[in-house]
Design a protein around this ligand. Sequence first.
Ligand code: PGA
Length: 249
Amino acid sequence: MRQSLVVGNWKMNSTRASAKLLAQGITAGLDERSNAGIAVCVPYVYLDCVSEIVKGTALALGAQNVADKPSGAFTGEISASMLKEFGCQYALVGHSERRTYYGDTNETVAARFCQAQEQNITPILCIGETLEQREQDQTFAIIEEQLDAVINQAGIAAFGAAVIAYEPVWAIGTGKTATDEQAQEVHHYIRQYISAKDQAIAEKLLILYGGSAKPDNAKGLFSMPDIDGGLIGGASLDAESFLKIYHSI
Ligand code: PGA
């Protein structure tokens, strides 16, 4: 039985004060459940203050990205070892906004994935197709390309310490959620693809859904056999709605 996971992605939102309030609101609403993990990926500059708030609670801390190199002359980058100092357990890699606006390629995403694992930070590998790719029936080919880049660099065994987030780009921040069946179809495909290389890893692998997940659609999505939780953007900026999603598991 896989343990579920709900992860908030705050993106470039909040202030120091509102970040603290949001983290406090979430920790105050947590209960003693063992079958679901919960985490927030906060802006780098708030890792410090949020780490103080989550200490000793079930709320885990994550970053929204991680450098593809361990250290050195890479102005503006934040390394995995730096994230580790703040107690980060997770780091998103390959979010579609990084791929689209900041030039992340499948290869740099794979390098980020490896850097996170070097520091025992669990990478949350984000993959997904654009609307155009879906309409041209390329969804599975795109998913394979995105997975292959990481499998080639990190090896299939690395997925034993990673999470995948399937986020159809057309559903992110658009209010258009994939239907339960649409999401399940791709999640199942991802699991089968990994399973063909290593069945035991595929069975344990958490595959989260992301893209306009909200309190009113989370239950349906999470009831699908290959959907193990969610990566939540907009709806994670409000403690009550994020907790409702978490409690839908
Ligand atoms: P959204 O974002 O929930 O606002 O669609 C999800 C994500 O980008 O991770």
